[in-house]
Design a protein around this ligand. Sequence first.
Ligand code: HEC
Length: 293
Amino acid sequence: MKTGLSIFIAAFIALGTSWCGFVLAPLLQLGSAQQTVILQTTDNWPLQRTGAATLGLQVYRAYGCAACHTEQVRQTGSAFEVTLTSLGNQKPADFIEFTKSLFVLPGLANYTNAIAASLNGWNGGLPKTLLTATDKDVATEMADRLKAVGVKSETAIIATGPDIARGWGSRLSVAADFLYDQPVQLGSLRAGPDLANIGVRAPDANWQLAHLYAPKSVTPNSTMPSFKFLFEVRKVGASPSPEALNLPKEFAAADGFEIVPKPAAKQLVAYLLSLKANVPLYEAPFTPATAAK
Ligand code: HEC
């Protein structure tokens, strides 16, 4: 009986601590997560997906898209980018001479080569990115020096890292992006590109439908399996359906037939187009491209 009690206590502790680790801790961290506000706006983030897109999430889940695609952009750091917007009354050549005087400053000395390279062959076209620095102080010093001689510049925060360089997003994915998703389709294997921002990258629904029906019809060497069963091949009625896919000849249906998406395909595409992670948040700041005109 004595051993029975110790086994019970040992099992209780083993299961209890793992329950705390796997259930309680995440719940305390994220259980009460709410909409946040997009930086420098009063807009909320994220918004509930539309009905079709919410159903599309289940289609995405059911057909195992997450086996080959992730929905999480990673970021390794941030950089501050100083972009010239106006030279005031300076000529480009004078300005290039002026930048040479900056190179003796301790903060900017390390950026001598980068600045010189970015100005090499520059003909005065604006806006011009002058400096990309990982250090905020360097960017601030640069902006201050420029301001002192009447040159206008803008400093932008940009996210850096391989995923960002591939064009998969403007910033890392954060918990808030998935607030309304049940279950979250993070994925862990990248046989295909990350889809966290596909709604921004490929916003054309017809492209998405053609790609699902026959990936090779839009991406010649694609290795993605085709999801033909999400479409119906049917005889053209009195007039062709406005929804019929417009495919290259070798993928198109036989004469007199047309290929139309079933509801699941339309929902899936609504979901794909709703995948956007392109707004700056408190926990993932960056300067959106439109703001840095
Ligand atoms: C066996 C792996 C695999 C599966 C499963 C898969 N994909 Fe893909 N997917 C790929 C590959 C590889 C590419 C890159 C080639 C291309 O664009 O077709 C890709 C590309 C894409 C793209 C274009 C991405 C871009 O940046 O242009 C989208 C959108 C997409 N897949 C959606 C889906 C959806 C939705 C599903 C589930 C219905 C799915 N994929 C299932 C492998 C897969």
